[in-house]
Design a protein around this ligand. Structure first.
Ligand code: GAL
Length: 412
């Protein structure tokens, strides 16, 4: 090679190296620390309970429209979330792709639509080779899939744990691998840990880079598992989550699974294992207790056909304010009797939310002295379901509570 040719080759290599470095330097990096990705419990809607695999671009768009028109978006429900069975495998470069029949224009176009409505997009994958529904999942492709999700504009990943090794150490490793991949992806993407509480996700979620942890197996549209078929209902999930309240803190939220409010026994997966539907008193209790516990609020009914009762429960700003309270503390269960439970939650403005739950099957008169809850002053009592102050200067409350009803008061 002549000296001139050598110079040319050297110059060429230098230019390529510079281009590569600058391309690398320009790669966007996610800006928010993982611990700050979900300052309050995420709120939105998920496809699974009602629609299972019957999902499509059209359903997501119509749901996004309904979230805006119904006022749900403005009440805080921001995520439109595509659960399992959206996948169409991988292309010849191993990029994960959506089912082309369900999502003919791809997920990016859908995310653009959802974002144009002031909403965010959530998607689902699993820490194994296959999801619970048997679709392509992300194990071994974490970085590639995280980059794909980021390029589509995804804001939230629910990461499931079907078909993965049972032990906790492997689960932590697999969730951390995905959280790290999301951090490198160039986009702020919330990570939801969905190992159903079986490996105590609440103890290590923060450490591996997750923002929320499922506390139970899948919710069924029922009050409780009276038929012992293995499904869990509203009261069952309250009982498994109540002891975890000390693990709740800013950016680390319990996911008590989807709200079944408004499904009325007509959902898909939520209707098996005894999921025959609930009364509106029971649905109101679910909303009350999910908010008292600072849970993620994921609606799962068909938002295109909301009834006035659905709206009354789901759009109650006073109960939502408790869920989203900036102090970020979950309620403590201070009374746990066979027929009733009482919960207290401190709020940022110095007041306290108190929930009185009749877990029995008959109406009963209950009374609670505020002193027994550690609240020694005299209080104005606001009923957040009646939207009015019901007492002032009070040191106790007594009254009738219907079967499965929950009274929620703010004491100030
Ligand atoms: C379950 C999960 C459900 C839903 C389903 C999809 O493991 O708990 O919420 O995502 O997988 O297959």
């Amino acid at each position: 090679m002549t000296l001139n040719n050598m110079r040319r080759v050297f110059f060429f290599i230098a230019v390529v190296a510079m281009m590569a470095t600058s391309a690398f330097a320009q790669q966007p990096t996610a800006t928010t620390e993982r611990g700050k990705l979900a300052p309050t419990p995420p709120m939105g809607w998920m496809t699974w309970n009602m629609f299972k695999g019957d999902i499509s671009e059209q359903l997501i768009k119509e749901t996004a429209d309904a979230m805006v028109e119904s006022g749900l978006r403005d009440a805080g429900y921001k995520y439109v979330f595509i659960d399992d069975l959206w996948q169409g495998g991988r292309d010849n470069r191993n990029n994960i792709i959506p089912d082309p029949k369900k999502f003919p224009n791809g997920i990016k176009a859908l995310a653009d639509y959802v974002h144009s409505k002031g909403l965010k997009l959530g998607i689902y994958s699993d820490a194994a080779q296959l999801t619970c529904g048997g679709c392509t999942a992300s194990y071994g492709f974490e970085e590639q899939d995280a980059r794909t999700f980021a390029s589509w504009g995804v804001d939230y990943l629910k990461y499931d744990y079907c078909n993965a090794p049972e032990d906790s150490a492997t689960a932590r490793l697999r969730y951390k691998t995905m959280a790290d991949a999301l951090s490198k992806s160039g986009r702020d993407i919330v990570l939801g840990i969905c190992e159903w509480g079986q490996r105590n996700g609440e103890e290590w979620c923060e450490h591996v880079g997750g923002q929320l942890w499922r506390t139970s197996s899948d919710v069924r549209d029922m009050w409780k598992d009276i038929v012992n078929q293995g499904g869990v209902g509203i009261l069952d999930i309250i009982n498994v989550t109540a002891p975890l309240s000390k693990q709740v803190r800013h950016g680390q939220w319990p996911d008590m699974d989807m709200l079944v409010v408004g499904l009325n026994g007509k959902g898909g997966p939520s209707s098996d294992l005894g999921g025959v539907g609930c009364t509106y008193t029971e649905y109101q209790t679910q909303m009350s207790m999910w908010c008292m516990m600072s849970s993620v609020l994921a609606l799962s009914n068909d938002l295109r056909h909301l009834t006035p009762e659905d709206k009354r429960i789901l759009l109650n700003k006073e109960i939502i304010a408790i869920d989203q309270d900036p102090l970020g503390k979950a309620a403590e269960r201070v009374v746990n009797e066979a027929g009733h439970q009482v919960f207290v939650r401190p709020l940022a403005n110095g007041s306290h939310a108190v929930a009185i739950l009749n877990s029995g099957d008959k109406a009963q008169r209950l009374s609670v002295s505020f002193k027994q809850l550690g609240l020694t002053g005299k209080y104005t009592v606001r009923d957040v379901w009646q939207h009015r102050d019901i007492a002032s200067g009070a040191t106790k409350w007594g009254g009738k509570v219907q079967a499965h009803e929950t009274k929620v008061f703010v004491l100030r």
